[in-house]
Design a protein. Structure first.
Length: 375
């Protein structure tokens, strides 16, 4: 075999966690050994450009109007017949659909689907479809223990069908003191300011940054700042909330940042108040920056954050409890430091990009051997 050909299938390539993981995979895999293409519905933004810079061909097929959109599958199958991949790997529901249907009709030897979201709100029809997709797949990857539990108990997949590969994030490069000083000045942060941070796409029905803003409004300590990194359709709504609560001078929304790591370095505590999360990459990122994390007890977040040790877990939709935990962290610097160090140790062992990419590659090689395609 000259090269192992891999076809990734996913929905939109923009700035989300799924496409960032594919970028990690592409950079990890030896280009002398592997050839990679990507099929997606739409593509734009930083990750799209970075994938192209890595020499990856990205083919867009447009959005699916329903799970049985035959015209889209015809395009996918044509691409498969041209590329002749040894492995097809789908993530997000549209990606799983393309990988399964395309993989079966395109006769791809190894078919993998990856559950990358929190499936708790998935409809019965979608669960039945996922069970069907799993029958025709060689492996189903769960990105967190909570997702693994759902796949076994709700989708009713057999243990040998599912494999747990925790998501991973890159260990951040250290920032220079000069860089951080300039950034603090640009953001009008004073030395004595206590900075509470949040990072993510601003879809408030999922991420609930509005709950964090409400919690922030309840805090009475001096020199508090709220740093929000990310953009999305609800950003203006959040800015209006900040204004209505009289917090404009204390809240700093900086929009989307291709490299958010320097912003983490400005934070003293981190909060992710989502309603549901398949994994919660930003929680792991914050831990790698030695930050205590306040997270909601949902999805993968409850697997990442150890309550009382690396941060605090609170129920979703609970601004009062978020404020209570923030107050504890603000008033106890030793606890912040202890939680930050324990979080870092946990993240380095369990949630790094190298560990994730190695486990994914090991799965590829294992399945190729089982199919007799490599020795």
């Amino acid at each position: 075999m000259k090269k192992i050909r891999i076809l990734y299938c996913l929905e939109t390539i923009a700035s989300g966690g799924v496409e960032q993981r594919r970028l990690l995979n592409v950079r990890w895999l030896d280009k002398e050994k592997y050839g990679v293409k990507i099929i997606c519905t739409h593509a734009f933004g930083f990750v799209y450009e970075e994938l192209k810079n890595e020499g990856v061909e990205i083919i867009t097929v447009g959005g699916f109007s329903h799970p049985f959109h035959i015209e889209k599958y015809s395009k996918v199958i044509q691409i498969i017949k041209s590329f002749r991949p040894h492995i097809i790997h789908g993530a997000v529901f549209e990606g799983m659909s393309m990988a399964t249907v395309g993989g079966v009709f395109g006769r791809v030897p190894v078919k993998i689907i990856e559950e990358t979201s929190d499936p708790q709100t998935r409809s019965k029809k979608a669960i039945i479809l996922q069970r069907l997709y799993s029958i025709f797949s060689d492996k189903v990857v769960a990105i967190s223990p909570s997702v693994l539990k759902f796949l076994r108990e709700n989708v009713k997949l057999k243990p040998k069908k599912v494999v747990l590969i925790n998501n991973g994030v890159a260990i951040p490069e250290p920032n220079t003191s000069k860089e951080l000083l300039k950034l603090r000045q640009d953001l009008n942060l004073e030395k004595e300011d206590f900075v509470i941070g949040a990072v993510g796409r601003v879809y408030d029905h999922i991420k609930r940054f509005s709950d964090l803003i409400s919690a922030f409004s309840l805090l009475k300590q001096k020199n508090l700042k709220l740093l929000l990194v990310g953009t999305g359709p609800d950003l203006e709504k959040l800015k209006s909330q900040m204004s209505d609560l009289g917090l404009v001078d204390q809240c700093i929304p900086v929009g989307y940042q291709a490299n958010p790591h320097k912003y983490y370095a400005l934070m003293d505590a981190f909060c992710i108040p989502s309603v549901h999360e398949g994994f919660g990459l930003v929680a792991a990122e914050a831990m790698l920056h030695r930050l205590p994390v306040i997270a909601t007890k949902v999805g993968g977040l409850q697997d990442i954050v150890i309550d009382g040790k690396t941060g605090f877990l609170v129920p979703p939709f609970s601004p009062d409890q978020i404020a209570e935990k923030l107050k504890i962290l603000i008033e106890d610097p030793e606890l912040r430091k202890s939680m930050g160090e324990k979080g870092y140790e946990r993240a380095v062992v369990n949630y790094t990009a190298d560990r994730y990419c190695q486990e994914v590659e090991n799965l590829y090689l294992q399945l190729l051997k089982e199919k007799g395609l490599i020795s």
